[in-house]
Design a binder for this molecule. Structure first.
Ligand code: GDP
Ligand code: GDP
Length: 438
């Protein structure tokens, strides 16, 4: 199920990172599990009263002059408007209301996105509350006093944020239509691919219900089946600063990936797979989405009988954390293998939501254990009692064992491979949870 996206916007030093860390807590460390994924604090998973959402910090590097602050804030606000379901706009009671706040508030108001206005650094209500009222002048609703560093007022703020979340997806008629995000570096051919796939199949152009995005997602009918391509046009946005540009393109990728069932990671055949490709692919992997790697511009390179093999090997190496990803070599220009994309999307979605019966699963695992003995340590051997699938999207398995400490990741990997051999699961990650049975 896709999670709502919440973005934080505000001037430098108002306390965005502090709030981000306070809300994200340890969950941020999840990012570290995937090699190639940015370690930057760009996004995090937050849970509040059973609600889960993805939080994005749009704040980037520190600008040096006032002019830059304003232009950078506009940029941040625009990204938030394009990608978020709800925007937290943060101001600072100690600095009071400043011109840049008013400018950003105007932008946010015009966007009609839900905005939660917070006034930070209200460490003491007696001392600062009188100064909070001034922020009503922004005309974007009631200011909520908080203190990020002392974690005061965060509950009230989160209640407001959650109140703006899109209605339960149960009412959403588009809920069952596969959603596809196409991500990749600028100029790799994303827009060209969407245009080609959509082509004469374009039937309706609409907002995807259940999201409040202004961006237009495209619904397509192919062989009687509907698909929604999530808009990533905003990825074209320019910024002069290289780090900013990369940060912004990652933020947009996170937001698009969050809403998608399947992510097509596009790679330019003429450039090969890069670190930035790995970062973006890593996000899709972490989110447990179905993944297709499309190597585009296949027409533009010289080929012999080993070219495909060499490309595959390089991709497998750079994206070694996702050996399950489907790789396709395409040319949007000539149309080579494009019809196969829909077929692959269908297959990947099916695998991403496949359930296997516990009986068969345990037969496979028992056989695997017999073929390769589980690891042991100091005379104690790992025992695997039982495996069961507990979730889909991605398929998630709980393995019951005698002692968690004995479960080496290479043995989990071995079991994963046996399960993949037996059931397929191409194009989707699998999650394993190890539990001790007392
Ligand atoms: P950002 O640039 O918006 O991400 O701001 P930071 O989170 O880096 O915070 C800027 C400064 O404000 C840091 O020195 C923080 O310790 C401080 N700060 C953040 N939140 C609070 C708060 O609630 N109260 C006070 N007194 N200081 C805070
Ligand atoms: P985006 O920035 O990822 O959306 O990339 P575009 O779709 O705008 O494409 C960037 C450039 O690559 C355009 O000039 C396209 O014509 C070109 N392009 C896209 N697909 C192909 C392809 O399969 N082969 C070749 N040779 N060029 C392509």
């Amino acid at each position: 199920m896709s999670k709502p996206v919440v973005a934080i916007v505000g001037r430098p030093n108002v306390g965005k990172s502090t709030l981000f860390n306070a809300l994200a807590g340890e969950r941020i460390s999840i990012v570290k599990d995937t090699p190639g994924v940015t370690r930057d604090r760009i996004y995090a998973d937050v849970t509040w009263l059973k609600h889960e959402f993805t939080m994005i910090d749009t704040g980037g590097i520190e600008p040096e002059s006032k002019d830059i602050i304003i232009s950078q804030m506009r940029e941040q606000a625009q990204i938030a408007i394009d990608t978020a379901d709800v925007i937290i706009f943060m101001t600072d009671v100690r600095q009071g209301l400043v011109d840049a706040d008013a400018k950003v508030a105007d932008m946010l108001r015009r966007s009609k996105k839900p905005v939660v206005l917070v006034v930070n650094k209200v460490d003491s209500f007696e001392k600062y509350m009188a100064d909070v009222y001034e922020f009503y002048n922004l005309g974007i609703g009631d200011p909520i006093p908080i203190s990020s560093s002392s974690m005061l007022g965060l509950g009230d703020m989160l209640d407001q944020v959650i109140a703006h979340f899109p209605e339960d997806a149960g009412a959403d008629e588009d809920q069952d239509i596969p959603k596809i995000a196409i991500v990749g570096k600028p100029n790799v051919g994303k827009s060209s691919l969407v245009n080609r796939l959509v082509g004469e199949n374009r039937v309706i152009v609409s907002n995807v219900a259940g999201t409040t995005r202004d961006a237009v997602d495209t619904k397509v009918k192919f062989h009687g089946k509907e698909y929604i391509f999530i808009d990533t046009a905003g990825l074209r946005r320019k910024s002069k600063i290289k780090e900013e540009l990369e940060r912004f393109s990652i933020i947009r990728a996170v937001a698009a990936v969050e809403k998608a069932d399947v992510v097509i990671v596009m790679i330019d055949a003429t450039e090969g797979v890069t670190e930035q490709d790995a970062k973006i692919a890593g996000i899709a992997h972490e989110r447990g989405k179905g993944i297709i790697i499309a190597v585009n511009k296949w027409d533009a390179i010289e080929k012999d009988d080993k070219t495909i093999y060499k490309h595959k090997e390089k991709i497998r190496q750079t994206l070694s954390f996702m050996p399950y990803a489907q790789i396709m070599f395409i040319s949007v220009l000539t149309g080579q293998r494009l019809p196969k994309i829909y077929e692959t999307i269908d297959a990947v979605i099916e695998n991403n939501s496949m359930r296997v019966a516990t009986g068969v699963l345990n037969e496979i695992v028992t056989e695997a254990v017999a073929m390769q003995q589980p690891p042991s340590d100091k005379g104690k051997r790992l025992k695997i009692y039982y495996v069961t699938q507990v979730a889909v999207k991605p398929p998630t398995f709980v393995i019951f064992v005698n002692d968690k400490e004995l479960m080496h990741f290479s043995y989990t990997r071995y079991l994963e491979n046996r399960i993949r051999d037996a059931f397929g699961f191409e194009g989707t990650s699998l999650k394993f949870i190890i539990r001790e049975r007392k």
